[in-house]
Design a protein. Structure first.
Length: 440
């Protein structure tokens, strides 16, 4: 099938690349000329494991193309997939301006009976709205399909190629079956629904997962208070198939370009229908509190943070990505700077993006050693594999004070206890202090 993909962000690019991998002829469109030029050279604009290899492979096979010309990609396409961003607007609702522009752009060039697929995350009712916009701009007949995306950053290729399910929402049976056919080579379960249900499945899924995280974070706070251990508690809960083990990792709150925005957008939808979705309000407020937890713990232990060197390990909102959107590291850095601490951060891939957000308010180290050298405390912010493998004995020896605030529970009790001198504060578990007399 000939497919045009509008937008080369995480979703658009991963989708385009994966659809070419299963044999389709795909042309990805973006207005950013520099980005398209890089993509043509086989360079991925985002850090995403496995993506660049498939990009190079399928470009070489002639199945994957990139262009800035809507006309070139759209006039021959059987299927047009819209995957532009829907960022959060000022009022919490999703900003649909890129989507509206995409609808106008494609209506000028599409051939009759093209299937227009909306993959961008859009509030319930948006597919109908976009359909109206296209109809206002062309008399060419077309069909609409809602096909929300469930891939995660950091595992986008795997999540697309081995999806738990694909949701296809359409009022038009023939169009739905054609999109089902497009995905058939993946061999994953496909669910056919109406358009509004498909739109709702996406928001309900993200809001549920965000709520699951806030729930486990709240339980972890309770665990700290009562002396329980969140790792055992989450394990015990997760073994119940009705609950499931995924997304029960307590930490310093969810971030990224999806959960924070989508939870707020769903709340906004509920409000506009007169439904007070209090559960979601609590999900958001628990998450906000969780982001400042490490800072609060450090204040409690250290008193004043003024002129204290704090090493931040990890800046991206989660491992395996360079994305800084809504990363808890931003809140933490601001709080630490507000307290006049010296903040030195290290991240394996997100430093350049972090500089765009945090500028020179903090210092950026080029190695873990540089960040922790002579530090008064270490904040473990993102659970990169290389941080989990750290030799804690060496780390604590290099620091001025062996104080670690672990926001992602990266280290086992055994590993921590093996340190002759450490003061270790994890999430939802008792603190571990060894060699206390020597710590000041
Ligand atoms: C999320 C969803 O997981 C995807 O299914 C969805 O397609 C995507 O949003 C989207 O709407 O585009 P993503 O934002 O890439 O994917 O990242 P996740 O892996 O879901 O993590 C989100 C946040 O939750 C991260 O900050 C992570 O650290 C946090 N998290 C996750 C926890 O704190 N605990 C957990 O147990 C799991």
């Amino acid at each position: 099938m000939k497919i045009a993909v509008l937008g080369t962000g995480y979703v658009g690019l991963s989708t385009g690349v994966c659809l070419s991998e299963i044999g389709h002829s795909v042309c990805c469109i973006d207005v950013d000329e520099a980005k398209i030029n890089r993509l043509r050279q086989g360079l991925s604009p985002i850090y995403e494991p496995g993506l660049e290899d498939l990009l190079v492979k399928n470009t070489a096979l002639g199945r994957l193309h990139f262009t800035t010309s809507h006309k070139e990609a759209i006039e021959t396409a059987d299927i047009i997939i819209i995957a532009v961003g829907t960022p959060q607007g000022d009022d919490g609702a999703a900003d649909l301006s890129y989507l509206v522009q995409a609808a106008k752009d494609l209506s000028a060039h599409m051939k009759p009976n093209t299937i227009v697929v909306i993959k961008s995350t859009v509030p319930v009712g948006t597919n109908d709205y976009v359909k109206c916009i296209i109809e206002e701009h062309t008399n060419t007949p077309f069909k609409m399909v809602s096909n929300p995306e469930f891939l995660r950053q950091g595992s986008a290729v795997k999540d697309t190629m081995k999806a738990d399910r694909i949701v296809i929402g359409s009022q038009d049976k023939e169009a739905a079956l054609k999109i089902q056919e497009m995905y058939r080579p993946l061999g994953v379960p496909i669910l056919l629904t109406n358009v509004r249900s498909a739109e709702m499945i996406k928001y309900a899924s993200n809001a549920f997962l965000a709520t699951k995280i806030s729930f486990i974070n709240e339980i972890s706070n309770l665990c700290e208070a009562v002396g329980a251990n969140i790792i055992d508690v989450a394990d015990g809960m997760g073994r119940d198939n009705r609950i499931g083990a995924a997304f029960l990792q307590a930490g310093i709150g969810y971030g990224g370009s999806c959960f924070p925005k989508d939870v707020k957008a769903l709340l906004h939808t509920a409000d506009s229908y007169g439904i007070s979705f209090d559960l979601l309000k609590n999900t958001i407020s628990i998450n906000e509190s969780q982001k400042i937890l490490l800072y609060q713990k450090a204040c409690k232990v250290l008193g004043s943070l003024k002129n204290k060197k704090i090493a931040l390990l990890g800046l991206s909102f989660k491992p395996e990505t360079d994305d800084m959107r809504e990363a808890p590291s931003i809140n933490i850095a601001h709080l630490l700077r507000g307290a006049e601490a010296q903040v030195v951060a290290y991240d394996p891939v997100a430093t350049e993006n972090a500089k765009k957000v945090l500028g020179n308010t903090i210092e950026y180290a080029s190695s873990i050693e540089e960040a922790i050298d002579n530090a008064d405390a270490l904040f473990l912010v993102t659970e990169w594999q290389k941080f989990k493998q750290l030799d804690l004995v060496k780390v604590t020896q290099q620091m001025k004070q062996p104080l670690i605030f672990d926001g992602r529970n990266c280290f086992s009790e055994e590993k921590v206890r093996a340190c002759p001198r450490i003061e270790y504060y994890p999430i939802g578990k008792p603190a571990i202090i060894t060699g206390k007399d020597e710590i000041n």
